[in-house]
Structures are given as structure tokens and as C-alpha cells.
Design a protein around this ligand. Structure first.
Ligand SMILES: [Zn+2]
Length: 139
């Protein structure tokens, strides 16, 4: 599949196949009034399949969200048709308003104006805990 190269924008590459949609949703790309292409199961050299997201607009992508969904992804910033910046992701130590606490007794479920804050407590298992109730959330 061919997608026109973008001139100024962002390409999120090397997303684990199957994670593209989740990333698209968590980044809120559907709500942006800009052209976005989500390519699933693209061929990725010898490594098999990958997902790719192309955003045809010079926007700031929340790198914490990308790192949270897939620390193996790369974010390329395209300017004048060339890769101007290549950013490697890592699992963020803190997540603010990315995921919601599922504990109904957590203070965040009654105090709606509170930020949803999760801290990385176990890097190996990708476990995050709610700052307020220590409720667990896995990626
Ligand atoms: Zn909580």
C-alpha cells in the first residue's frame, strides 16, 4: 500500500502490529481536524508486520502516550519532506490523563477535576499504579 509522502508532519513508525488503533485512540487523533493515516500490518523488513501512523500536520504528539502504548515505536518529525527529528520511545515513569483508574472507590471517580496520574512501578511487567489508590493498570 502506498500513501503519499508527507511534507510537514509526524510519522509514528515501528508500532507493534495491532497496537496502532489503540495508539490512534489514546492520542485522540480521530478528534483532530487533520489528515491522519493508520496503516496496519505493513511489511517491516525481516521483522514481520508493523503498524504505522502518518499525521499530515505539524502537531505535537504526546510522546508519553506513544511510549506507554509501544516503547519500541519511533516518532519521526517530517519537515520539507525530510526526517528532521527521530525520537526513540521509552516507557514513561509517569502518566497524566492517559488512562483512567478503574477502582470505583478511588477518589478520582468522585472528584472528576482531579488529574488521572499513574506511576510506573514495575518496568519489566509494564505495571502502573494509580497515584491515589495504588490501583493497578497494565498496558
Ligand atoms: Zn485510583
Amino acid at each position: 500500500m502506498n500513501i503519499d509522502p508527507i511534507k510537514n508532519g509526524v510519522v509514528i513508525d515501528h508500532i507493534t502490529a495491532g497496537c496502532g488503533m489503540k495508539l490512534y485512540t489514546l492520542l485522540g487523533l480521530g478528534g483532530l481536524n487533520v489528515p491522519v493515516a493508520l496503516i496496519t500490518n505493513a511489511q517491516s523488513g525481516k521483522k514481520g508486520k508493523k503498524d504505522v501512523i502518518k499525521i499530515d500536520a505539524d502537531i505535537n504528539v504526546d510522546l508519553d502516550v506513544v511510549g506507554f502504548v509501544d516503547p519500541g515505536a519511533t516518532v519521526n518529525v517530517i519537515r520539507d519532506g525530510k526526517v528532521a527529528e527521530k525520537k526513540n520511545m521509552k516507557l514513561p515513569s509517569k502518566l497524566v490523563n492517559v488512562i483512567k483508574c478503574r477502582n470505583p472507590r478511588c477518589i478520582t471517580s468522585t472528584e472528576q477535576e482531579l488529574d488521572q496520574i499513574f506511576m510506573l512501578t514495575d518496568e519489566k511487567n509494564k505495571t502502573y499504579r494509580c497515584l491515589y489508590c495504588e490501583g493497578k493498570a497494565n498496558v
